[in-house]
Design a protein around this ligand. Structure first.
Ligand code: AMP
Length: 252
């Protein structure tokens, strides 16, 4: 069969619309009754892979998620967007980027994808590490923060978002690419595609099976809320404003 095989990593995270609350003991973010969704950058990654499939450039799109059993819902969303099948690594451990990268590498060793697409960063831990680590562990070239991907003749040409412009890279496949916000606009998932996704297969693994030790290496010491902003005051005129800036704020 012609076409490339694409592996896409999708993480289940707190929905981007949720205003997160820090637990009162400062050990982390309170997740009780909080809406969870696919990491927005991963939605862009799935969309890009599915577009490659629809353009006949990819022959198969496989979504992967690692975490607790509810990640299967995230995988169902990826399947509804258009992924062909899914791999789920079940673990209740706090999966840190290195552990996830090792799991993705182990799956890549089994599946031999030509392209691995990840989000540039997960909006919960903001690590921006997993894609880079997968590339390093697999010995694959990488292009991070992609705003355009073109596949031709066994190579990926990637435009990267960099300060003040774009950088164009050419990578030999197999390669790792991480998505930036401007790569595409993910489609709206329709009810028929959700129904169709229910029939697509999800293969389940545990980290041990893949020979990966997922024990956390980093310990969170403390999580705290940003300082509260004090309310503003109305000043009667410019003179009063200048007076406050000079004598209270001391910035002029
Ligand atoms: P991070 O390095 O944590 O900012 O995550 C970067 C990207 O790695 C995410 O956008 C996902 O594509 C992928 N990723 C991270 N953690 C997981 C996970 N538990 N399962 C699947 N993909 C993940």
């Amino acid at each position: 069969m012609k076409g490339i095989k694409v592996l896409v990593a999708v993480k289940r995270v707190v929905d981007y619309n949720v205003k997160v609350r820090v637990r009162t003991d400062g050990t982390g973010v309170d997740l009780t009754n909080v809406k969870m969704s696919m990491n927005p950058f991963d939605e862009i990654a799935v969309e890009e892979a599915v577009r490659l499939r629809e353009a006949g450039i990819a022959k198969e799109v496989i979504a992967v998620s690692c975490g607790p059993k509810q990640c299967q819902e995230t995988l169902r969303t990826a399947l509804a967007i258009g992924a062909d099948r899914a791999l789920f690594v079940e673990s209740d451990e706090d999966l840190q980027p290195l552990a996830v990268a090792k799991l993705l590498k182990a799956l890549a060793d089994q599946e031999h994808p030509d392209l691995i697409i990840l989000g540039k960063q997960a909006i919960d831990d903001d690590s921006n590490q997993t894609g880079q680590m997968v590339a390093a562990l697999s010995g694959m070239p990488q292009a991070t923060f992609a705003s355009k991907i073109t596949i031709a003749d066994g190579r990926a040409t990637v435009a990267r978002e960099v300060d003040g412009g774009a950088e164009m890279l050419s990578l030999a496949l197999p390669a790792v690419v991480t998505t930036d916000l401007r790569l595409n606009e993910p489609r709206y998932v329709t009810l028929p595609s959700i129904m169709k996704a229910k029939k697509k297969p999800i293969l389940i693994f545990v980290p041990n099976q893949l020979g990966v030790d997922v024990t956390p290496r980093i310990k969170t010491l403390k999580v705290s809320e940003p300082p509260k902003r004090s309310p503003g005051v109305m000043v009667p005129d410019v003179k009063a404003l200048v007076e406050k800036l000079k004598n209270e704020a001391k910035i002029i």
